[in-house]
Ligand binder design. Structure first.
Ligand code: FAD
Length: 299
């Protein structure tokens, strides 16, 4: 039942990549150039996010189906409970299953009224993420369901215990893997993992790694999601606002250092938030030992 793959080459960890669905033709070209560059690294899966409030439902679907048709990659479709009745969400899942998609990243989602405002479930919708997970698994036992996890706890969780209760409910409902919110301090991840294991949760908890192409932008974005950006990290980008080239080298060094320390401590799975860009993720994967192997289907 667990589908965590053993790495193709011994000693290589599992890597996975996250993309967002493109909005314009230019973004579409960027994404597919990125996929073309990263696909030969043979990631375990690649996931495509679902815009806030379901705003990218069709674009997420189109990207996932194209991945299925044009590459050898295993696509994982993100899906949230926000703003839709169960019937509509079930329909999205059915369409994915029909198309051959066998991996869904199930989320509650953020309130359409903005992060930080109270979350109110749709009256005919899934009330919790665990309900969505249970429904997917009940209707399609061959769909693999991944969920989220929060090393710094979710901003809405009263405490770690409440936060891990939610993760436990999602696992009990059938989730087989979790991906963490981005974090920059590895100790936070290890302490969280200890708490998770102590609750008897034994699914893989993939660290979510975000190489920061644009530090200032990324800092604002992740801070809103509850991730701490340590002072030592901010200092590394100090004075580089007008020096994109050096920022890129620094970002690669920082993320590579984080990943290599995790790997040294025995972590065997890495999920990269690519921001639809290949260069940093390709370099970091290279440092982990990955080499292109022509996994992309011949045209
Ligand atoms: P849950 O797992 O249901 O809850 C997370 C935590 O919040 C729980 O631990 C729980 O204790 C607490 N909590 C939840 N509900 C309540 C409540 N009502 N009262 C008090 N505490 C509560 N968002 C998107 O819109 N699209 C995406 O594609 C997407 N992908 C993501 C991928 C990953 C790996 C992660 C980590 C996040 C992603 N998000 C995405 C963001 C996510 O939707 C938000 O973080 C959202 O606020 C929580 O959704 P969840 O599924 O993590 O929530």
């Amino acid at each position: 039942e667990m589908t965590e793959t053993t790495p193709a080459t011994p000693n290589l960890p599992n890597i996975s990549f996250e993309f967002f669905p493109p909005k314009t033709e230019e973004m579409d070209r960027t994404l597919w150039d990125t996929i073309e560059r990263l696909a030969p690294l043979s990631p375990s899966f690649v996931s495509v996010t679902y815009g806030a409030g379901g705003s990218t439902r069709e674009r997420t679907h189109a990207t996932i189906v194209r991945l299925l048709k044009e590459t050898n990659l295993t696509p994982a479709a993100h899906l949230t409970c926000v703003g839709a009745p169960k019937s509509e969400i079930d329909d999205v899942v059915s369409r994915y299953h029909e198309a051959g998609v066998r991996h869904i990243v199930a989320l509650r989602g953020d309130p359409t009224t903005g992060i930080g405002t109270p979350y109110v479930a749709h009256e005919d919708g899934y009330q919790t993420c665990a309900d969505l997970v249970a429904s997917i698994r009940k209707r399609y036992s061959d769909i693999d369901v991944t969920v989220s996890a929060y090393p710094e706890k979710h901003p809405e969780s009263a405490d770690f215990s409440a936060d891990i209760d939610t993760l436990k409910a999602k696992v009990d409902a059938g989730a087989t893997r979790a991906i963490t919110q981005v974090f920059f301090d590895n100790d936070l991840y290890f302490r969280y993992l200890d708490k998770v294991r102590a609750r008897g949760i034994d699914i893989p908890v993939l660290p979510g790694i975000m190489p920061m192409h644009n530090f200032k932008q990324a800092r604002n974005f992740v801070t809103r999601a509850g991730t701490t950006v340590p002072d030592w990290l901010a200092e590394k980008f100090d004075g580089l606002d007008d020096d994109a080239e050096t920022r890129k080298l620094v970002a690669a060094t920082v993320a590579a250092g984080q990943v290599q320390k995790l790997a040294k401590a025995g972590v065997n799975d890495f999920h990269f938030y690519t921001m639809n860009r290949a260069d940093l993720v390709f370099a970091i994967s290279h440092l982990l030992g990955f080499r292109p192997n022509g996994a992309r289907k011949a045209a």
